[in-house]
Write a protein that binds this ligand. Structure first.
Ligand code: NAD
Ligand code: TDX
Length: 333
């Protein structure tokens, strides 16, 4: 039976990709609740069927609005967050407001109305790994976040767990690795480098670029979230990853190669303070228990398609580019 989902942060990168994915793969209807911060973009929801997608401009910290929307929904899928580590190092307060208070506000409404929530989180809550550590993060790894961003995400996960245990809240949690794909804000690593090349700026690599991220296509994240919503066990946490470990230097060289540039045509800039060295997800639980498999096994092909998306959609990213680079320049990055 078709459901009505309340998707918070549905105008952001991963949330909007999820809404597109839901439209293509289910009969569900969606209400997007989004504050349209600098990271939300109406254009990311363009072309979706008007009879199945409603967009509400509002803050997840607004208790009255949240209460009303939650009462009308079958399930909340909670993507809304302040999401960028670099921003959190310069101005942490919005991270506490949205990621902690916003999540708390949603949890209370879900509890009052006896609904279900799926909480979207990140592998960054586990801190980082050494490059040669044979272990990867799994559902039992201890929380050890490094940045204001990841500590507020960790805090939000712990709130969900406490609401499950104390109040029997119907909730699931997923912690996913680094996403790439269309509609990602130009502040993030891959789109920043692609769009720098497109405007004739040199890409910027933090430090030596040996830091490893575990890349997954945003559509694979969406298919995993839908699988958890459909088949996941209430109260459980699932880690989502696609065995996509790569260091930043290799990813940057691949972007340069894909875009026909010399592979050394970039600058080293000042490193991020407290920069996590390596993230890596062990996805055994979601694969074995829920039978989920990623569809994008070829990172190079996925990256090429992403480069093409930014080439084809300059009107989407151009309005954000100058301000984003001005902010980075101030920070020496
Ligand atoms: P994003 O910054 O692109 O989008 C966030 C969205 O939330 C924006 O549309 C913004 O307007 C909205 N928002 C922010 N504060 C709000 C508020 N108070 N009320 C309502 N809406 C608000 O982020 P993203 O990269 O799409 O990440 C989405 C979620 O996925 C986050 O919870 C993030 O922690 C998680 N996540 C991201 C990644 C990644 O690689 N980007 C990986 C794992 C998990
Ligand atoms: O210009 C850059 N140069 C660079 O070398 C930028 C913007 C980043 N980097 C490095 C820092 C990281 O090692 O690239 C890597 C990826 O950086 P981000 O895109 O900022 O992502 P990260 O900090 O890894 O966090 C992302 O993945 C986990 C998302 O932003 C989070 O929301 C998610 O939780």
């Amino acid at each position: 039976m078709a459901r009505n989902m309340l998707v918070t942060g549905g105008a952001g990168f991963i949330g909007s990709n999820f809404v597109h994915y839901v439209m293509e793969h289910t009969d569900d209807t969606v209400t997007v609740l989004d504050k349209f911060t600098y990271a939300g973009n109406e254009a990311s929801l363009a072309g979706l069927p008007e009879n199945r997608v409603r967009v509400v401009r509002g803050d997840i910290c607004d208790g009255e609005l949240v209460d009303q929307l939650v009462s009308d929904t079958d399930i909340v899928v909670h993507y809304a967050a302040e999401s960028h580590n670099d921003n959190s190092l310069h101005d942490p307060k919005p991270f506490l407001d949205t990621n902690i208070i916003g999540t708390y506000t949603l949890l209370e409404a879900v509890r009052r109305h006896e609904k279900r929530i799926h909480h979207i989180s990140t592998d960054e809550v586990y801190g980082d790994l050494e490059l040669d550590d044979p272990e990867r993060f799994n559902e039992h790894t201890a929380y050890n976040p490094s940045s204001p961003y990841s500590s507020t995400k960790a805090g939000s996960d712990l709130l969900v767990r406490a609401w499950v245990r104390s109040f029997g809240l119907q909730a699931t949690i997923s912690n996913c690795s680094n996403n790439y794909g269309p509609r990602q804000h130009v502040e993030k690593f891959i789109p920043r480098q692609i769009t720098n090349i497109l405007i004739g700026e040199r890409p910027k690599l933090y430090g030596e670029g040996l830091n490893v991220r575990d890349w997954i296509h945003a559509d694979d994240h969406s298919s995993a979230v839908l699988r958890i919503i459909d088949q996941g066990r209430l109260g459980e946490t699932y880690l989502i990853g696609a065995d996509g470990e790569k260091n930043n230097k290799d990813v940057l060289e691949l972007i340069l190669e894909t875009m026909g540039q010399p592979t050394d045509a970039y600058e080293h800039v000042v490193d991020r303070p407290g920069h996590d060295l390596r993230y890596a997800i062990d996805p055994t639980k979601i694969r074995d228990e829920l039978g989920w498999e990623p569809a994008y096994s070829d990172f190079t092909a996925g990256l090429e398609a992403t480069v093409q998306w930014y080439r084809d959609n300059e009107a989407w990213w151009q309005p954000q580019k100058a301000a984003t680079e001005a902010k980075y320049r101030e920070q020496g990055q």
